[in-house]
Write a protein that binds this ligand. Structure first.
Ligand code: F0G
Length: 473
């Protein structure tokens, strides 16, 4: 049980290092800022909502607007790459000047998250005509998704606040990540997932990391609603992206990306949208980097959703971003099968601030894009592939130009959803009568496994046929 009635208190102490005569960020405290009414709070309630207006909170710190520290921060962060200290080995805590500081470094729960590669995509570059096309692969995190970057921060603050139990509703990745970090931090974890709607691979992670796992007969939105009620009644700390500490950690993706690009901002960053925490976090980081003069200009941050889970697309088109248009979500990209995204308002704000676009893509487009990313020798889970499919759409609309630099954020590993991949290559995905024609158009992207007699002749014959047919992609 936590000892106070509030979940978390803002810090009076940054715990930052004394850097002698070098310029450094002034000591300051983080606070909770309500994105609705603008209230500034020193502590957050259990549901991480503003007591005045019920809206979501974000974490702010006046030090994140200090001018004149950009050069120092860039060299400090680079220096830390040579350090073997546990905080410096984390691709999140390495950027700790722009994160809320825990009371003590001893509280930090880390699995060496972050440090994810930025890959060139030569095949997709040729096929789209975008010559500078990169993938920031968050699937290369310890539990295989971007969630780890946020979880290291939020789990750390959960332990610091004295919680024994942490909990989340999830489409799979959050639960896998939370269960891992809870286990590392000596806390117990409660997972609420929609029964039959998440991949076995993600579910099995939560089981192995020791979570109490409940498959509820509802969808993700139903699980999240229940969790919100639970945290008011039971002493559990919620680790969904409503928790602003999660989003603070997820900002690190953007810091690391810009460092990898030598602080030259790309023209576009394209990210999948589900509950809309990640886009909000990346946008927040971009704005903070601009305020600190770490970057000279803002990339446009665009969000792509599946057509069957397009709440943000509809919110912008039908309600001008003023209120949420919820949908009954349906997509095989189960990670983003979300109809009532919690952070929609934060996402609208960052789209407006960066001038990004919001688009939707079909199931066929997702399947094709996933196969193309696989053929790059990288791979990703279906939800991540919406980014490449979305890029094609934004190019057709003229929003993205061929000469511009584009970064796709791949949020999860290929290994996260093997059923999707197997069904796709076997021609079983999207194989219903309605989809017959479009499904056939995907054949050139398929590489089904072959069953052969165990003879040399059979294998050599197959090899010759494959050579004659040429590469499928
Ligand atoms: N990509 C993957 C692989 C995800 O797992 C998720 C969200 C998203 C994209 C969307 O990110 O919600 O921040 O907009 N997965 C959550 C989960 C909801 O429970 O694992 P978002």
């Amino acid at each position: 049980m936590p000892s106070s009635t509030t979940s978390d208190r803002g810090s009076e102490n940054r715990g930052s290092e004394n850097r002698g005569s070098q310029p450094s960020l002034p000591g300051a405290a983080y606070r909770f800022h309500c994105i609705g009414c603008g209230s500034i709070l020193s502590a957050a309630a259990h549901d991480f909502r503003c007591a005045e207006c019920g809206n979501l909170l974000e974490i702010t710190d006046p030090a994140w607007k200090s001018p004149g520290v950009a050069t120092h921060l860039k060299s400090l962060w680079r220096e830390r790459r040579l350090s073997n200290s546990s905080l410096d080995l984390s691709g999140v805590w390495r950027f700790r000047e722009l994160l809320p500081a825990p009371d003590s470094e001893q509280h930090v729960i880390t699995l060496r998250e972050g440090n994810t590669p930025l890959y060139e995509l030569p095949r997709s570059s040729r096929s789209t005509g975008v010559s500078r096309l990169f993938a920031k692969h968050q699937g290369m995190n310890p539990t295989g998704s971007f969630k780890d970057a946020g979880m290291t921060v939020a789990a750390t603050f959960a332990r610091q606040a004295g919680y024994r139990w942490v909990a989340c509703a999830s489409t799979g990745n959050t639960s896998a990540s939370m269960a891992a970090y809870a286990a590392r931090g000596g806390m117990r974890s409660l997972v609420l997932v929609p029964e039959g709607k998440i991949s076995w691979s993600k579910l099995s992670q939560a089981l192995d990391y020791g979570a109490l796992t409940c498959q509820l007969r509802t969808d993700f939105d139903g699980c999240l609603r229940l969790l919100q009620e639970l945290v008011r009644r039971a002493p559990v700390y919620q680790l969904n992206s409503i928790n602003p500490f999660r989003l603070e950690g997820q900002k690190a993706l953007a810091f690391e990306l810009l460092e990898q690009l030598d602080w030259q901002p790309p023209d576009h960053i394209i990210v999948p949208g589900g509950n809309l925490g990640n886009s909000s976090a990346i946008g927040k980081a971009l704005l903070e980097m601009r305020d600190l003069s770490l970057i000279p200009s803002l990339p446009k941050l665009s969000v792509i959703q599946a057509e069957g889970a397009n709440a943000l697309v509809r919110t912008l088109r039908e309600a001008g971003g003023k209120h949420l248009v919820s949908v009954q979500a349906e997509t095989r990209a189960t990670a983003i099968r979300i109809g009532n995204p919690a952070s929609w308002q934060k996402a609208v704000n960052v789209l407006l601030a960066t001038g990004g676009a919001c688009e939707e893509v079909s199931e066929v487009e997702i399947a094709q894009a996933k196969a193309e990313i696989g053929a790059e020798g990288i791979g990703c889970e279906p939800a991540s592939a919406v980014t490449l499919a979305g890029l094609r759409k934004l190019l057709r609309q003229g929003f993205v130009k061929n000469a511009e630099t584009v970064v796709l954020v791949l949020t999860g590993s290929l290994l996260k959803d093997p059923d999707f991949t197997m069904e796709f290559h076997r021609g079983e995905l999207l194989s219903g009568a309605d989809n017959e024609l479009v499904s056939r158009s995907l054949n050139r992207f398929r590489h089904p496994p072959l069953v052969l007699d165990a003879t040399l002749d059979a294998v050599i014959q197959t090899l010759e046929q494959a050579e004659k047919a040429g590469p499928s992609l």
